[in-house]
Design a protein around this ligand. Sequence first.
Ligand SMILES: Cc1cc2nc3c(=O)[nH]c(=O)nc-3n(C[C@H](O)[C@H](O)[C@H](O)COP(=O)(O)OP(=O)(O)OC[C@H]3O[C@@H](n4cnc5c(N)ncnc54)[C@H](O)[C@@H]3O)c2cc1C
Length: 380
Amino acid sequence: MRYDVIIVGAGAMGSAAAMHLAARGRRVIAFDRFDVPNDQGSSHGLTRIIRIAYYEHPSYVPLLVRAAELWAELERRSGERLFVRTGSIDASAPGDPVFEGSRRSCEMHGLRHEVLTSAELARRFPAYHLPPDHVAVLQPDGGFLIPEIAVAAHARVAVADGASIRAGERVLSWEERGDGVEVTTERGTYIADQLVLSAGSWMADFVPGLATLFEPERQVVAWFEIGDSSKFAPGCFPVFNLTVEEGRYYGFPEWGTPGFKVGRYHHLGERVHPDSVDRDVHDADIDVLHAFARRYFPEGAGRALRSSVCLFTNTPDEHFIIDRLPDHERVHVVSACSGHGFKFASVVGETVADLVTDGESRFELSLFSIGRFLGHKGRV
Ligand SMILES: Cc1cc2nc3c(=O)[nH]c(=O)nc-3n(C[C@H](O)[C@H](O)[C@H](O)COP(=O)(O)OP(=O)(O)OC[C@H]3O[C@@H](n4cnc5c(N)ncnc54)[C@H](O)[C@@H]3O)c2cc1C
C-alpha cells in the first residue's frame, strides 16, 4: 500500500502530526522504534510546563494560544485530562531575559499578568523563597500538561481516524525516488508522497548533513520530599521558570507522584548520543537540584524520592526547526525541543498537517527555518 505520509518517530510531535493528518483523511503511517509513549526520548516524566507568557521570543505567543485551544480539543476528543492550570511564574533579577522577556511578551500580546516582587510572591505562594531583589511575572493561564497521556491521546485518536501507528519498528533509512519517498524499517519497505522526520534526539541519524543543528543533551529531573504538602499543591503553587545565580531552573507543584519536581536547564552540560547516554542517576545529578531546592524552596527539599533521565535536542539558537529539507521538497523536518517544545506539540501537529496538505501555514514560521543556519533568511 502506498501512503500519503510516513512519519518517523511517534513521540510528542509525530503522534500529533499523525492525528491531524488522519483527521484530514490522509493515509498516514507513523513508526516508533520504542513504545508509544516511551521513556527513552524527550516526552516522559509526568509533567511538562505550558506557559503563554514566553520569554524565549514573543512570536511564540500566537502559536501558544492555538496550542492551548488544541490541547482542550484533544481533552474533549480523548476523554483524558491533559492540562492542569496553576498559573506560571517567570522570575529573575530585573534585567535578566526571563523576567524582562516574559513581561515583554505579555505586553506585546495583551496577555493578562501581574508583576510581583519577591516578598509579594512569597505572601501569595508561601513555598517560594526567592532572593529579595527578584521580580516575577505571574500569568494565570499557565500550568502543566501530562506528557505520557498526551502522546497516547494523540496516537489513539489518530488510530481511530484511520492512521497506522507502528510501535517497536525502527526506521533504518529513507530515500527520495522519482514521485515519492521510500522508507526502510527493520521489517520492510514503505512508500509515501511525503515524509515527516520527527525523531527527536535521533534526528541527526536521518539528516546527517545537518547533524550539527540537533545536539542531544542529557537532563535529569528529581522529586524531593515535601515537608508541608499544602504549600506545593497545584492550587497554590504555580509552575515556574527561574534564573538564580546557580542557573536557570524550572519546577512543578506535587502531581502524580509524591514530591516537588525540579530540573535545571542544560543540567550538567553533557552532550550525548541517545544510544549511549548514561541513563543512571548519580549523586552529582541530584546534588545540583537538591542545593537549589534547599535554598529557594526549603520546605520541598527533603530526600530525593524519584528521578528521571531525559533528553533535550538543542538547536544552536534554541528555537525550533520546522521546515522542508533543502533540496528535498517531499521531506519535512520537525524538531521542536531545545528543552521547551512539548507545550507546542498540539499546534506543531496541526502545522505539519497544513504544510503537508496545503504547503503553507497560517503562522509565521521563519523563526523555525533551516535557512537561518545556512547563511540566508526565510524558508528554504
Ligand atoms: C527533562 C525535560 C524537561 C522538559 N520540560 C519541558 C516543559 O516543561 N515544557 C515544554 O514545553 N517542554 C519541555 N521539554 C521539552 C519537550 O519535552 C520536548 O520538546 C518534546 O518532548 C520533544 O518531542 P519530540 O517529538 O521531538 O521527541 P520525542 O517525544 O522523544 O519523540 C521522538 C521519537 O522518535 C523515535 N525515534 C527515534 N529514532 C527512531 C527510528 N530510527 N525509528 C523510529 N522511531 C524513532 C523515538 O523513539 C521517540 O519516541 C522538556 C524536555 C526534557 C527532556
